[in-house]
Design a protein around this ligand. Sequence first.
Ligand code: ADP
Ligand code: MG
Length: 359
Amino acid sequence: MARVELKQVRKSFGSAEVIKGIDLDIAHGEFCVFVGPSGCGKSTLLRMISGLEPISGGDIVIGDEVVNDIPAADRGLAMVFQSYALYPHMTVRQNLSFGLENINTPRAEIDAKVEEVAKMLQIDMLLARRPKDLSGGQRQRVAIGRAVVREPRVFLFDEPLSNLDAELRVDMRSEITALHRRLENTMIYVTHDQVEAMTMADKIAVLRLGALEQFGRPLDLYNRPRNLFVAGFIGSPKMNFLAGRVSTQDARLLELEGGETVPLPADGFAQRPGEAVTLGVRPNHMTMAEDGPAGMTVRSVEQLGGESYIYGTLANGTALTLHLPGQIGATIGETLRVAPKTEEVHLFDTDTGLSLRRD
Ligand code: ADP
Ligand code: MG
C-alpha cells in the first residue's frame, strides 16, 4: 500500500523559502493533482517526494516509511517529465527495457513486460523506432511506458502533456486516467492547468507561493472554495468578484463601491453589518433582468452558438462576465441590468480572503 503523507514539509533555496510547511495525506490508489500558477512550487514539491531534491524540514512518508534519507532510486517511484527524457540513441524497446536491465531482471521477463506495456499504451508497433522518428504523443507514451514497466508504488507526473497540441492533450488526459483505473496505483500529477486538474483528479491540492491553499475533491473545490484564491483559480471563465461593504442597516444587503446594492443570501454566510466583503459569483450564475440591481456596460460579446459570453464593466469599473445558455446578443456600449443568482453566490472576507461560509 502506498499512501503518501507530507508532514510540515519545507524547502529553502538559500534564504528563499519556496515550500512553506505543507501537510498533505494522499490515500493509496488516489489520483492527486498538484495545481497552481507557474512558480508556486509544484515541481519542487514533486521532486522532494521523488528524492531528487533534498528537503529542508518535515517528513515525507511513503507506505509506512519515512523516506527523508532514502535515495530516489530506492523509493519505489517513477517519474514522467514534460520533456520525455528518452534516450535518443536507443530504440523504443531499449528505452522501455533499460530500467529493468539495470536491476538485473531476467531477459525473458523484461521482454514479456515490455510487450505487455507497449500493447497497453498502443506503441507495440513502434518498438524498433528511435525517439526522433516518433510524434510528440508517441514519445510521451514511451516515457509513460518506461515508468509503467518498473511497476512503481507511486507514479509522479510533472506537466507531461504541456508539449502536446490541444487535441492530443485531451486524448492523453483520458488515456492517463484510464491507465490509473487499470493499474490502481497512487499517482501524483502536476499541472498549471485547472481544467486538467478538474477532469483528471480524485483530489486536487491547490498551491500558491509554496503553501497549500485547499485540498479536496474537484467539485468540492468548485462548489466550496475556502478562499478568494481558490475561487478565482478553479473554474473557467473565472468567478466574478464584487467588492463592497455589508450594509450597516441590513446584513442581507451588499453596498458595492460606487453605490449599487446587491442582495446577499439570508443565511449560510457569517457576514456582519459594516464588514468589507467580496461577493463571488460564477459567470453562469449571472442573469440579465430588467430589475437587476447592477448596471453593466457591455465591452464585448462572444456567441458560440450553444452558449454566449458577455463581458462588461460595472459603473465602479469592476469587470464582469456573463455566461448564458443559447444565443444572446448585446450591443457594445449598451448598459444591461444584471443580477447574481443570490442562492449561488459566495462571500469572502475582503481583508483575509477567507470564505464566510458557516460550515
Ligand atoms: P512550479 O513547478 O510550480 O512552476 P517550481 O517548483 O519550479 O515551481 O519553483 C518554485 C520556486 O522555487 C520558484 O520561485 C523557483 O524560482 C524556485 N526554484 C526552483 N528550483 C530552484 C533552484 N534550484 N534554486 C533556486 N530557486 C529555485
Ligand atoms: Mg514546474
